[in-house]
Design a protein around this ligand. Structure first.
Ligand code: S3P
Length: 173
């Protein structure tokens, strides 16, 4: 089995993914890190030099290469769901888990962040709200929804393991 972690920037996909892979004895793949490695370039730089649509193409190309993956936890970039077809690919390869966080909590976590190109704007709080509103219905198509607010990485990891026990589990924030 493979597990894809989706969710907004700052929801903890990378740290939870790593911990989850350790707990399950699975491999771990972080898509953003993989893209940076393959392109030998930071994502912020890629956005600046080649634009968001180029990055989205790289994301989908990488995803398409993961079809033969086994026993792997994959942490995705927050915008992966915005490209049509990506959710379907992830669901074909594994179980998709949405790490859900409120816009207020995202703002508190990322207000001073400089590594996310989409948040380098004047009104960061408004941008988070607008992006999350656009994406929420896409994230909600996950096999399982896990609230991550006020929870430790270990607690969230246990919740994911528990939620995957039941086929389609929706655990509200
Ligand atoms: C993005 C999220 C980022 C990264 C890129 C775009 C997004 O990943 O892929 O900056 O569109 O939400 P994280 O969710 O790991 O921050």
């Amino acid at each position: 089995m493979n597990i894809f972690l989706i969710g907004f920037m700052g929801s903890g996909k990378t740290s939870v993914g790593w911990r989850l892979s350790q707990r399950l004895g699975y491999y771990f793949l972080d898509m953003d890190q993989q893209i940076e490695k393959e392109e030998r370039c930071k994502i912020s730089q890629l956005f600046k030099e080649k634009g968001e649509s180029f990055f989205r193409q790289l994301e989908t190309q990488l995803l398409s290469r993961l079809v033969s993956l086994q026993n792997t936890v994959v942490s995705t970039g927050g915008g992966i769901v915005t490209t049509e077809g990506n959710l379907e690919i992830m669901k074909r390869i594994g179980k998709v888990v949405y790490l859900k966080l409120s816009p207020e909590a995202v703002y508190q976590r990322l207000k001073y962040d400089t590594s996310r190109p989409l948040l380098q704007t004047e009104n960061v709080e408004e941008q988070i709200r607008a992006l999350l509103e656009k994406r929420e219905s896409l994230y909600a198509q996950a096999n399982s929804i896990v609230g991550v607010q006020d929870r430790s990485v270990n607690q969230i990891t246990s919740q994911i393991i528990h939620s995957l026990g039941s086929a389609s589990s929706v655990e509200k924030l």
